[in-house]
Design a protein around this ligand. Structure first.
Ligand code: ARG
Length: 257
């Protein structure tokens, strides 16, 4: 009888340890965890009924495809933009998908997949503004950006521009409409989305200053298997034309919001 209790105890301990392997490390192999900042339509945004729970956007569709090809369930972890890279570095998230531009300073911390989108920055100003025609014209003005975005990096390099940093693009746009900032610098796809909703705003480009940016998916350095799986899915989405379709479908859903 005593022996029997011993066996029960051993089985219980082993079971506890096994469940701890999953729960305590926070790693569950059936899940692919995507870190993002869902404040960036059309790439990721929160809506009533999204593709995955409340989340919708081009990046959400891409990541769902990556996960399903790997036989995994996508889980989205929504956070401020500046936390995305740290959470990929620490392994809390498997992938960072956030309309994220490949930049040398980011490549020091994470690896990037092949690129899947090309974008520029746009200077958003009031429709009736005539003096802001390029970045030079922003000197002496107050410009809204989102903390850590490439728009923040670019504008912060120019001496004489007063930079107001926001946690969300939408908040910068509110201050632009209130006249608290003279302009907002943000990625063109998101700028276009704001402008469509706010006819009192318009976009100004300065392609010479900003240059083109390419979006890619971030993974932990050296995670080559995951990178390969991502690149295979990206190639398939691009070649089949499915990526364009996804973008068109998202645009349509956004237009009906
Ligand atoms: N492309 C810009 C960057 O990499 C902005 C990305 C913002 N993305 C987001 N999901 N909030 O810095």
């Amino acid at each position: 009888m005593k022996k029997m209790w011993k066996v029960v105890a051993v089985v219980a301990v082993v079971a506890l340890m096994a469940s701890c392997l999953v729960a305590c490390s926070g790693k569950d192999d059936s899940k692919l965890i995507m870190a993002t900042n869902a404040e960036f339509p059309p790439f990721e945004y929160v809506t009533e009924k999204g593709l995955l729970g409340e989340f919708d956007g081009i990046d959400v569709a891409i990541a769902m495809e990556v996960a399903s090809k790997m036989g995994k369930q996508l889980e989205i972890s929504n956070m401020v933009f500046d936390s995305i890279i740290p959470s990929v570095v620490s392994g809390k998230a498997d992938i960072g998908v956030a309309g994220m531009t490949v930049k040398p300073e980011r490549l020091e911390q994470v690896d990037f997949s092949d690129t899947y989108w090309v974008a520029m920055q746009t200077i958003v100003v009031p429709e009736n503004n005539t003096d802001i025609t390029n970045v030079d014209a922003l000197v002496g003005k107050t410009v809204g950006v989102v903390t850590g975005y490439t728009g923040d990096m670019a504008v912060s390099e120019v001496e004489g521009i007063k930079v107001n940093r926001y946690q969300k693009g939408a908040d910068a746009i509110v201050d632009l409409k209130n006249g608290k900032v003279d302009a907002v610098v943000i990625d063109a796809p998101t700028a276009e989305n704001f402008i469509k909703r706010n006819p009192e705003l318009k976009g100004v480009s300065d392609d010479e200053f900003f240059g083109k940016e390419e979006y890619a998916i971030a993974v932990q350095k050296g995670n080559d298997d995951l990178l390969k799986a991502i690149n295979a899915t990206l190639a398939e989405l691009k070649e089949s034309g499915r990526l364009d379709e996804i973008a068109a479908e998202v645009a349509e859903r956004l237009a009906n919001e």
